[in-house]
Design a binder for this molecule. Structure first.
Ligand code: DAK
Length: 257
């Protein structure tokens, strides 16, 4: 499939999606969001892919939703807008997605990064939810995912008063997994994705699902579901292979089933 605002490529078992609207700081217009989700869903369905990386450029991961595109929209138009469904599609991706963030990750850009499963940030990364400066609030998970990641105190400051987090602060507050020099950011994210893509595919997907359930379910329901998922993995060939390989002191040969 060919896209206008994203570039896609594969690196071994990793699918790489690069946001590519540099003149507008990768502002997320409807088409870009649709293309990003189409690209992720295509990799999610591809048996040769085990994990994905989403990145931008050195200046901007993404500077938010496209303000020019939405400035004149009515309430009804916003509600009917593709953007709403667009962002939601990310929650249905089953394989791990890692964001490689350099420069600005603002508003919807920060929300896309937070919708990924892990974030590798460059030393230049800046995370903010500046919607308050244009008279609105985050609309794609900012008030919820940010609060869960950094806690209420910092989320309040960021969302009510446009506090920007440096990469180091984002690391300190638990928003990102690691901070690396800008020139190594994509490689680090690809390496992490490649390592995860080499692990037992079904178990990786189930593990991602269950970690996300920690934010959805109460503890007892979540523990029950976790235990059942654990049992269910004994119906996979990979569980037999993984344990046999351990006993035979060799590397497992995963089948993904
Ligand atoms: N939208 C549209 N264009 C943008 C943009 C944006 N968010 N950010 C940057 N650009 C454009 C600029 O207008 C400029 O275009 P030209 O004037 O050259 O045509 C070009 O990118 C370069 O930007 P600057 O000239 O401003 O570059 P600087 O280095 O001076 O500043 C900046 C970079 C990123 C600090 C600045 O551009 C900036 O503050 N940008 C806006 C950041 C922002 O407020 N972002 C939050 C947007 S609101 C929803 C879900 C989510 C959302 C909405 C709905 N639903 C589910 C319905 C999300 C909302 C948001 O993200």
């Amino acid at each position: 499939m060919s896209y206008e605002f994203v570039l896609t490529e594969t690196r071994g078992r990793v699918g790489l999606v690069t946001l590519n609207r540099p003149k507008a700081m990768n502002a997320l217009n409807n088409q870009l969001v649709r293309e990003l989700m189409d690209a992720l869903e295509a990799f999610d369905k591809d048996d040769n892919i085990g994990a994905m990386v989403v990145t931008g450029n050195e200046k901007a991961f993404a500077a938010g939703a496209d303000i020019k595109e939405m400035s004149d929209k009515s309430l009804q138009q916003m509600m009917d807008n593709d953007l709403v469904g667009g962002f939601g599609r990310m929650m249905k991706i089953r394989k791990p997605v890692i964001a490689a963030v350099s420069g600005y990750a603002l508003g919807g850009g920060c929300e896309v990064a937070m919708s990924c499963d892990m974030i590798v940030a460059s030393e230049t990364a800046k995370f903010a939810q500046p919607e308050i400066t244009i008279g609105v609030i985050p609309g794609a998970g900012g008030t919820q995912r940010l609060t869960r990641a950094v806690g209420k105190a910092i989320a309040m400051e960021m969302i009510l008063n446009n506090r920007t987090l440096s990469a180091q602060e984002a690391l300190q507050f638990g928003l990102v997994n690691r901070v690396v020099p800008v020139e190594r950011t994509l490689d680090e994210a690809l390496k992490l994705a490649d390592e995860i893509a080499s692990r037992a595919p079904v178990a990786v997907r189930v593990a991602k699902k269950m970690i996300n359930q920690a934010y959805e379910l109460g503890l007892t329901d979540a523990l029950n579901q976790e235990r059942q998922e654990f049992y269910d993995l004994f119906a996979t060939e990979d569980q037999k292979e993984g344990m046999k390989a351990f006993i035979e002191k060799r590397k497992p040969d995963w089948k993904g089933k």
